[in-house]
Design a binder for this molecule. Structure first.
Ligand code: DWN
Ligand code: SAH
Ligand code: ZN
Length: 412
């Protein structure tokens, strides 16, 4: 029998939801901080559960949204060149598939960050609005002339948008829907605003990839949900909406893009049933799958700690690359501190000169890494491996090695 670590009500259907994995006390994933604030650092229990009724995988304890999304949010989407290309293609596909026959289309992006996606619609002269609560990243988008309101999206804001701009031809969201625990307020706002043939297109890290690759570091405070085709279908059906298409995306370690329309408004692609079938094979609807996932997570931790400890014993210099949100789960759960990793290189100015949450590993500019050339570099931004390995060819040719831990611990 699996130990029930904690219990909460499913955020979607209200049924008692036991957690299947507890990471223990965890700080705010993007809470990079100065030494003077160590004493005041906020912690919560990072526990993840599986709803036996609607099959939604979710956090069983939540952090208040204002602690995570505010005027000094640390993640700026445009730091990755590859993601810029990805979002250009995302925008192009929405435009050609769903806006071509709409006169004067209006698009809304939820969680538009620094404008990485909407800049494309702005360039095409399409009426748009970004909804982005983190004021500092919203300001970057506004600076590029992208129309952005700095608020959280919910039913109330939806009513205001309807009054100001009218119905929405396409709603978009990337790596944001899974951040919003009050999903019913979001879906009812979207239902109210969506034009009769309008669509909601969103993508998030895919539960199937997380389970298959043991990429447990996708689990942190901001990610309230770990979506699957089955759970998303159930969620949207509660709002008379329908999942009409799904498409796997290679970003963020494996994501799924979901397209949703008013029920009966558009044909449903065979891709939906195909993916449902795949999910049955993967066992995403069965509690045993998550018990096995937990064992894989524990093994991953054992292997990573063993490698880092061995490198230290051998006198190797080890640093890390990419002060990701994900790395907060890894460093905290594996107790990896400055004794094992001397610093984390990151190109984001707001993170530099600060310390990582919980583990308090110094975050340094890339120039420091380039000059220091550690023997080994733990790649916390493993989801950008291709982009980073290409960029760091000189380091690797000089003998530098990267350590990856997804899908298992290995050195390249
Ligand atoms: O869901 C989320 C995703 C979209 O972004 C958010 N909740 C928060 C954030 O998650 P993350 O911090 O795990 O995202 P990334 O994209 O894995 O972060 C990469 C980090 O690495 C950034 O801090 C930028 C940095 N970086 C770098 O220093 N050099 C990235 C690249 C590509 C580089 O070459
Ligand atoms: N879409 C971007 C940013 C993802 S990070 C990308 O894929 O790179 C998640 C973003 O969602 C943050 O910028 C955060 O401020 C925003 N966010 C969080 N909760 C939100 C909510 N309720 N409504 C709108 N945006 C939200
Ligand atoms: Zn449920």
């Amino acid at each position: 029998m699996d130990r029930v670590l904690s219990m909460s009500r499913c955020l979607v259907c209200g049924v008692d939801t036991p957690s299947f994995l507890s990471f223990g006390r965890m700080p705010i994933a993007n809470g990079f901080l100065e030494a003077k604030d160590f004493e005041r650092e906020h912690f919560f229990n990072l526990d993840v559960g599986f709803c036996p009724a609607c099959k939604m995988v979710q956090l069983t304890e939540l952090v208040e949204r204002e602690r995570m999304f505010h005027e000094s949010y640390a993640f700026f989407s445009s730091t990755s060149q590859r993601m810029q290309t990805h979002f250009k293609a995302f925008a192009e596909s929405v435009r050609t598939r769903y806006l071509a026959d709409v006169s004067d289309p209006f698009v809304v992006e939820i969680g538009s960050n620094d404008g990485i996606m909407l800049q494309n619609f702005k360039g095409w002269g399409v009426r748009h609005l970004g909804v982005e609560p983190s004021a500092n990243v919203a300001a970057v988008a506004q600076g590029k002339g992208i129309r952005t309101v700095s608020s959280f999206f919910d039913d109330e804001l939806a009513q205001k948008i309807l009054a100001d701009d009218g119905q929405v031809s396409a709603f978009m969201g990337a790596n944001v829907m899974c951040h919003i625990p009050y999903m019913h307020a979001v879906m009812s706002g979207i239902k109210r605003l969506l034009a009769p043939r309008g669509v909601l297109v969103f993508e998030d890290p895919y539960l199937g990839d997380i389970v298959e690759k043991t990429s447990y570091d996708q689990i942190y405070d901001e990610h309230a949900f770990y979506f699957s085709v089955g759970s998303v279908e159930d969620l949207v059906a509660r709002h008379e909406l329908e999942l009409i298409d799904v498409e796997a995306q290679p970003v963020h370690g494996g994501s799924m893009r979901y397209t949703i329309a008013h029920r009966g408004a558009r044909p449903v692609s065979p891709a939906v049933e195909k993916q449902r079938e795949r999910e049955r094979e993967l066992g995403l609807e069965r509690a045993e799958t998550y018990a096995r996932f937990r064992q894989n997570v524990e093994r991953s931790r054992t292997d990573l700690v063993a490698l880092l400890t061995e490198l230290k014993r051998a006198g190797k210099r080890v640093a890390a690359y990419g002060a990701t949100s994900k790395s907060t789960t890894v460093t905290t759960y594996c107790s990896i501190g400055p004794d094992l990793i001397s610093y984390i290189s990151d190109t984001t100015p707001i993170k530099q000169g600060k310390f990582s949450p919980g583990a308090h590993i110094p975050v340094v500019p890339h120039a420091h890494f380039a000059a220091d050339r550690p023997d080994y570099t733990l790649l916390f931004a493993w989801n950008h491996a291709q982009e980073i390995l290409d960029k760091e060819r000189a380091y690797r040719e000089a003998g530098g090695r990267f350590i990856l831990y997804v899908p298992n611990v290995h050195v390249v």
